[in-house]
Write a protein that binds this ligand. Structure first.
Ligand SMILES: [Zn+2]
Ligand SMILES: [Zn+2]
Length: 412
């Protein structure tokens, strides 16, 4: 399944100059007023497809859930990954088309804001209902149910598509064509539960709350950095929140620093508190040393989107080596890859990483369903990778990632 990013028309929050964003954009650098704004967003974004008929001044906006992400299913002998990018109507009403088709890929959307007049139908189905529908559609019939299932790098949004009533027919406001011949007798627009668009979009100037310096980042960065006072910031409850961060020093040329979430978590059912526990649990060919019992175990998960197979591989490799390098708590003076995966989603993948390295699998697998992961603390670490022809290589741990795999991760 090919993935795509939605385009959104949104003017500069500072000067009003027109701009077009991609759905993954967070840092908007305006070429007119030269102010950078950061889009606060922890929740699901709501968009509308603009209607295309100047004679209609009030539309019926019908909701579609839009979901994009990779479903990973762990079985004792393998892990399956399935990329899903779907839209599905948000109520059971069969009057409306079941999905948006290609329109959300070809048209520019707008954020659904209070300024839009019209009636907004409230979704009856939850996103979990939609995911169930998707799973039924994509999973092989009669297949064994996996021990654990989870999504990697998912994006969930609601897209409202406009409709209107004319000549006793329901018209699609995007293409201005009726969606069916005549309305059934019992069709009553007032039977839909509706809501007012009182959702807001919050932009704040990308300025360091500690020192007032301009924060820097790529357009899709979820974490912004202050190169003046060496601090890192993420959006949290519509504010900038400072996070612990640092990097592993390296003086080589042609480096790219890739961000990783280093997560300390409580794992129920099994002992996984120290490096010694890891060596036993992963059955690593090493004799456990006494001092390893005092080395706190942490999960290492990429802080950037990547095709699921490579994402889990990198997370597993780094978690198994447990780098205990010196950490410099500054912004590295080299190329950096943006943080495009929030720590909450990284935490959601921990069980899959765990299922990947526990051995022997047949002993531990039955436990997996019951295991609870409770995150305790986390920090962001930039790890140097050396660029060569086809790969980026972490020389100390000999872990590599293919150049094109990293490049093609933008649309995930
Ligand atoms: Zn501007
Ligand atoms: Zn600062």
């Amino acid at each position: 399944m090919k993935s795509f990013n939605i385009s959104i028309e949104q003017s500069c929050p500072q000067c009003g100059a027109p701009a077009v964003l991609e759905e993954t954009d967070r840092l908007i650098a305006c070429p007119y007023c030269r102010v950078s704004s950061f889009l606060m967003g922890d929740a699901c974004f709501r968009y509308i497809l603009p209607h295309n008929n100047p004679d209609i001044n009030s539309s019926l906006y019908f909701p579609y859930w839009r979901f994009k992400g990779t479903l990973s299913s762990c079985y004792p002998d393998k892990t399956d990954y399935r990329f899903i990018d779907i839209s599905h109507r948000g109520t059971n009403s069969t009057m409306f088309p079941v999905s948006l088709g290609f329109r959300s890929q070809t048209l520019k959307l707008k954020f659904a804001l209070p300024e839009f007049e019209g009636v907004f139908v409230k979704p009856e189905l939850s996103i979990d209902n939609i995911i169930c529908i998707a799973e039924k559609r994509f999973c092989a019939k009669g297949a064994n149910s996996p021990a654990i299932q989870s999504f990697i790098g998912e994006t969930t949004s609601i897209i409202y598509s406009p409709y209107y009533l004319k000549d006793n027919m329901l018209w699609d406001g995007v293409i201005n064509k009726p969606v069916c011949k005549t309305l059934p007798k019992d069709f009553d627009i007032n039977l839909f539960v509706t809501e007012k668009p009182d959702w807001t979009i919050d932009f704040i100037p990308a300025i360091c709350p500690d020192c007032g310096w301009d924060l820097s980042g790529e357009k899709d960065s979820l974490v912004l950095l202050c190169k003046n006072c060496d601090s890192a910031w993420q959006s949290h409850n519509k504010k900038l929140q400072k996070i612990n961060f640092g990097y592993f020093p390296d003086t080589d040329n042609d480096l790219l620093f890739l961000p990783f979430w280093q997560i300390r978590a409580n794992v129920s059912e099994i002992a996984l508190d120290s490096y010694a526990d890891l060596v036993k649990l992963a059955n690593l060919p090493k004799a456990v040393q006494k001092s390893w019992e005092n080395m706190a175990f942490k999960f290492w998960v990429p802080a950037f989107k990547l095709r699921a197979k490579h994402f889990i591989r990198l997370a597993t490799q780094f978690t198994l080596v447990q780098p205990f390098d010196e950490i410099i708590k500054k912004v590295p003076d080299a190329a950096m890859h943006p943080v495009s995966l929030p720590v909450t989603e990284a935490i959601d993948t921990i069980k899959i990483v765990l299922s990947n390295f526990i051995k022997p699998k047949k002993d531990y697998f039955p436990l997996l369903t019951n295991i609870k992961i409770t995150p305790e603390s986390y920090s962001l670490l930039y790890v140097p990778f050396k660029k060569n022809c086809f790969d980026f290589i972490q020389p100390k741990y000999n872990i590599s990632i293919n150049n094109s795999v990293l490049r093609t991760s933008e649309n995930l």
